[in-house]
Design a protein around this ligand. Sequence first.
Ligand code: HAM
Length: 437
Amino acid sequence: MSKTDTNQKKIQAIRGMNDLLPEQSPLWQYFEGQVRALMGRYGYDEIRTPVVEQTALFKRSIGEVTDIVEKEMYTFDDRNGDSLTLRPEGTASCVRAAMEHGLLHNQTQRLWYQGPMFRHERPQKGRYRQFHQIGVETFGLEGPDIDAEVILLSARLWQQLGLDKHVTLELNSLGSMDARAAYRDLLVAYFERHAEVLDEDSKRRLGSNPMRILDSKNPAMAEVIEGAPKLMDHLDEASREHFERLCAMLDAAGIAYVINPRLVRGLDYYGRTVFEWTTTALGSQGTVCAGGRYDGLVEQLGGKPTPAVGFALGIERLILLLETLELVPAEARGALDVYLLPMDEAATGPALLLGERLREALPELRAQLHCGGGSFKSRMKKADKSGARLALLLGEDELAEGSVTLKFLREEREQQRLPRAALVDTLTSLLNGESLA
Ligand code: HAM
């Protein structure tokens, strides 16, 4: 073997694509569990679609002149020469699947999904190349009541997670296609009058997607953007009424919001309502959830006109937020309740069986069996390292008298020896937080 063979560099994960390690997974499971339960409570059904789609699907829905399509898609030719793309978001796939399987024929749908999305962005805290979204998409419902419902659903999630005081709802209306086209002309005329202030990106957008200039974070352009005509002042009558009714519903439900006339979103399919939930606790990647109405998309992809509204949240950002604000509940830490500790070879079989009995009697119990032998000292060390609250010790004496020794690993409390027959009751009381006699 040559030297270069033995010195080969270790293969590492792709930049911006993260492993989810065992210590992190309990929090993800807790988060996903909360969302799944919530979707059921609102009557939303899960849909799962492939992570790869034909490239044309994203170009036609997200828009050719968007950052996602221009710069961020993972696109490749497969072995048949077809252009495929790793999905950068879930809405387009959801619409494609709903159309393909006839879910939109004379019926309404309330769907949700979860999974990895892929965008070739510059990785930083809260921004990754593979990230995970949970999204909802509703179809066939035109009124602002469904816009209000999806917003209330997300608000309930923040409340459940203890995040409601830490996120702000930003809201805007983009109006109808016609109103937007008229506004676009106004905006182009305005920015052309201030062309000397525009940066290169914005000059390019002037011809293709002038509303995205409003999104620019360039401080040199802040003043000009501030003075630009506001879409809100040029809405068509029907969109204005839709928006006013939505605001009234949110007011009645006690949901606070800020109307942000510069909120335009980075995907082309939106019209009327758009919204984002933002936080100041995560630095520049502060949008934890975003969405809006996209009444034209189904038709644009070859279906019948179908009103639609939805949103997607970024799981990584919400997990970061829970950690940053120290809002991770004990149940999301995944700690063991019990470490089953046979003290010698003879106790191993009985400890294994005791574990099975306990799992039958207490389905919620999280118990781990000590395997692999070792000295008394190393066994105790492993028990401590397991993170369990209690150790159940089985040695020669316990075997002889049918008992078990219960040792508290995290509290200053006397250990106790008790009959094995009393163990289930004792553990039940302990796990329910009752003090023992
Ligand atoms: P989006 O704003 O592109 O919308 O993404 C939604 C959320 O996904 C963002 O607010 C953020 O929390 C998260 N996210 C986006 N990119 C990244 C990234 N690179 N790293 C980490 N998190 C990220 C959509 O995707 C639309 N499909 C939402 C929608 C559904 N609209 C209607 N229905």
